[in-house]
Design a binder for this molecule. Sequence first.
Ligand code: MN
Ligand code: MN
Length: 466
Amino acid sequence: MSEEKTNAEILKEKLFNTRKNGRLAADEKTLAECDAYCEKYKAFLNSAKTEREAVKTAVKLAEENGFVKFERNKKYNVGDRVYINNRGKTAAFAVIGKEPVENGVNITAAHIDSPRLDLKPNPLYEDIELALFKTHYYGGIKKYQWTAIPLALHGVFALKDGSVKEVSIGENDDEPKFVINDLLPHLSQEQLKRTLNEGIKGEELNVLIGSHPFKSDKGSELVKLNVLKLFNEKYGITESDFLSAELELVPAVKACDIGIDRSMVGAYGQDDRVCAYPALTAIMEVNAPEKTALAILADKEEIGSVGNTGLESDFLRYVIGDLAEMQGGDGTVALRNSKCLSADVNAGTDPTFQDVMERRNASFLNYGVVVTKYTGARGKSGTSDASAEYVARIRNMLDNAGIIWQSGELGRVDLGGGGTVAMFIANMGVDVVDLGVPVLSMHAPFETTAKLDIYMCYRAMYEFMK
Ligand code: MN
Ligand code: MN
């Protein structure tokens, strides 16, 4: 047998689009960089479990890296670093480029909200001498996954005097946690006949928060009373203050390595902080780019990018407008010339559930950052289908920089679907394509990603904005 390649093999190499596992393609140095980067990523996840905490953590990092709060009446020069904080839930970070803003901005946009359980406005009640919170889930969850796991309470009470009390209970080892209890299998005969979707119903997502009654010989609701007394002592609040609160229950679990080879990361809220962290850390590294660079960390993507902190709002328009006007330019011209990477996750192929994927167009762990030309459902409805020309430009950028990447589609045709912020940004006349990290167990309380893909996402964000 000859060691030489056959003509067919040579021609295949030239003509076929062959994929290779990124961990085989990458050298040792790159793999070590993936590991080091993900140590910082895990720390970010632990400090940013809600959109508010993500903005806070991001602004702190930005200020340490020379970013200052943008002021409309000020003039900024090439290389200047500014940030705009929208109500503590969405933030934009910009580095002023050499070309006028009107020539276009290179935008990376990721979201920092994740599926979770929000407290209802009137959440607290007592039943059979146990105190509980009523919740309304946020985003697309499989409700049964949120029972019988430790939960932490994060958020704020906004009081009538204008003060805001920050809440975080359950993250530290010595702090109490909360839990939604499920029915024991012994008595689940009826429950187990429900469909998986109804296995736990929305109104059954009730969180256990206390059982100790306030000491008294008479009176009812003494457990609830004691719980309120504790909240009052800690935050100075009364029951009515829940009406103007935003309190979110998230899994009380820390980010960790997954696998005996430590090649993956497991954590809550990786959709989409696994793209938000790369976008944020990439813009920290950008100095005096040709075009102005902008990284946006947005709220409300999981419920349709609605509201004044979601990307369907005019926030991005105002940000670009302000930057352009600062130079005497026009915001709409700037938008029309702008380019964007919509940084969001894709569904990685799970060995156990391969049949929801169409293998030739699915994304895989360790095959690098995923370029998703379109999302949507039922014949591409609700997507911004990126143009061939723009995808070609991004391909070229990734290949020239030696970034390991793959293309992906969100599952088989007509099995479901989803959307990202891409379509809202496209509506402003910006060229945009989705690019992000493949995730297993997306939207579950604990999601899995691969370190190589995360690092390649960071490198793509940097390459795009530098
Ligand atoms: Mn997402
Ligand atoms: Mn999502």
